[in-house]
Design a binder for this molecule. Sequence first.
Ligand SMILES: [Cu+2]
Length: 164
Amino acid sequence: MKIQTVSLAVFLLASPAFAAPGHSGGHSGGHSHGGSYDGHAAALGEPGDPKAKARTINVVMTDEMRFTPETITIKRGETIRFVVKNAGQLRHEMTLGTMEELVEHAKVMEQHPDMEHDDPNAVTVEPGQTRTILWKFTKAGSFDYGCLIPGHMPAGMKGRIIVR
Ligand SMILES: [Cu+2]
């Protein structure tokens, strides 16, 4: 987990795309988690296959800085289609990760508040809009999600994923 965080930080500092909104592109970290996917949130699994059978979970985000639901339970191996609705007037986002990754990423967001995410483990959702994340949870454990827009996660905009 430490390695993942350090590698993300090094990537962000080294990448010329650092200042640009939407830091897409692979950071080939050089660390392996045993699978083929080695990108963001690899500790949780991998981006879902659009052709795989998926369970839909509806998530609502509000300006009260809350996600509904706040706890999500998943069976290991499941592919989940998160349908993420922004019911507020402010921009929100949902990023899946470990709390350590989310806190690290939130620090970067504070310096680049307009950063948008097109990573497979995150969506930025404009007010009134709905977007989806398709993710396959291949590892059991307790994980997190949060809105990394500055101030939102500290105000309570986060939730927990339990993979059994
Ligand atoms: Cu938010």
